[in-house]
Structure formats: structure tokens, C-alpha cells
Design a protein around this ligand. Structure first.
Ligand SMILES: [Zn+2]
Length: 192
């Protein structure tokens, strides 16, 4: 795995395409959905800078961020290394409990089947996502795991927070990747 320096850039090799979007610095004073999604957006930019599909996630609990992660499937060579999965592990460690009652997951793209299932298993209070995913999304996009009546825990879902910005990031990443990549591009997380 490549080492990252302090600025978060991959020092082993430049990414295939430079991320043209800057990180954002929202006011710490207003901790609303846009604030937390902006932090997830910044995580997605970190993913791009490491040549990963730009998806980021943060978990909020009691007004504080207890987890922040981005997709790392390529760099760790693990199909479960989605932003949400890593963030759920971080949050469980932070709280010392696998039950994340009262916590909210903010993620830049609608969770896939694995991550939607994990959000339910973790007993999160709420999931907030930016971009709906009609191909893989399982909180209403292509299927709705949260709507399964026999599951006795249900999530409150908020959709569309910072949707345009997070969509632009994903769309440009895949457009640039198709131009520059000589090998097959994994389109499983593309949204167009
Ligand atoms: Zn996932």
C-alpha cells in the first residue's frame, strides 16, 4: 500500500487524473446535514487523490464526528473496503459498542447492498446520502432493504443532501478515467 504524506497525496505515484475539486471548510458552528455531508465530500476527494472511486462517509454521534473514511477497495485490495464499512468499524471502536443506536451515517452515494445491510445491522438511527444509485443502491434506488418488514430495526433516510456536488465528483471521475485508463474500468460504482 502506498504511503501518503501529510497533505494526503499519494507519494508513490501521481493519480491517473488529478482531482480538480478543492476540499471545503464549512463553519464548525452550524452542524447540520450539509455540514456533515461536506466532510463526507472531502473524504470522497481523498479517495480520488488515491485513484479510488470518490465515495466518502462520516458518522455523527451527539453532534460530533466519530468516524470518517473513504473508499479503499483498490488500495487494500478488499471488496468490502467501502467508505461506509470502514466508517462503521471506526464508529464501533469509538463507542466501544457494535450497536450504533443514535448515530447517523452521511455518505456521498446511496449505499450498495453490503453497506445498506451493514447500516441496518449496526442499528444506526439514520442514513443521509447525497446521490441516489439506480444500479446498486439498496436504500430505495434499485431495492429497499430498509423496507423489509421482518427486519425489526429501521433507519430514517434522508436523500439528496449536497447531491449535485457529489454527483459531479463521481461523473467527472468516471469520465476522466475512461479517457486515461488503458485497463478495464470497474464501473460497478459508476452512476451514469
Ligand atoms: Zn458499499
Amino acid at each position: 500500500m502506498a504511503k501518503a504524506n501529510e497533505s494526503g497525496q499519494n507519494t508513490a505515484a501521481r493519480p491517473l487524473t488529478d482531482c480538480p475539486f478543492p476540499k471545503r471548510y464549512p463553519s464548525q458552528l452550524i452542524r447540520d446535514d450539509v455540514f456533515f455531508m461536506t466532510l463526507a465530500y472531502n473524504q470522497a476527494i481523498d479517495a480520488w487523490r488515491r485513484d479510488e472511486v470518490p465515495v466518502g462517509a462520516v458518522i455523527e454521534y451527539g453532534g460530533d464526528v466519530i468516524a470518517a473514511a473513504h473508499n479503499q477497495v483498490e488500495s487494500v485490495g478488499d471488496p468490502t473496503a467501502h467508505a461506509e464499512m470502514i466508517a462503521l468499524t471506526q464508529a464501533s471502536n469509538a463507542l466501544g459498542d457494535w450497536r450504533l443506536n443514535g448515530a447517523t451515517l452521511f455518505v456521498t452515494k446511496e449505499p450498495c447492498p453490503m453497506c445498506s445491510g451493514a447500516a441496518l445491522m449496526a442499528r444506526l438511527a439514520r442514513v443521509v446520502y447525497a446521490v441516489p444509485d439506480a444500479k446498486m443502491g439498496c436504500l430505495g434506488g434499485v431495492a429497499d432493504l430498509n423496507g423489509i418488514a421482518s427486519i425489526n430495526h429501521h433507519l430514517t433516510i434522508t436523500r439528496g443532501v449536497l447531491e449535485e456536488d457529489c454527483l459531479e465528483l463521481l461523473q467527472l471521475f468516471f469520465r476522466e478515467r475512461r479517457k486515461t485508463s488503458t485497463s478495464a474500468v470497474d464501473e460497478s460504482q459508476s452512476i451514469d
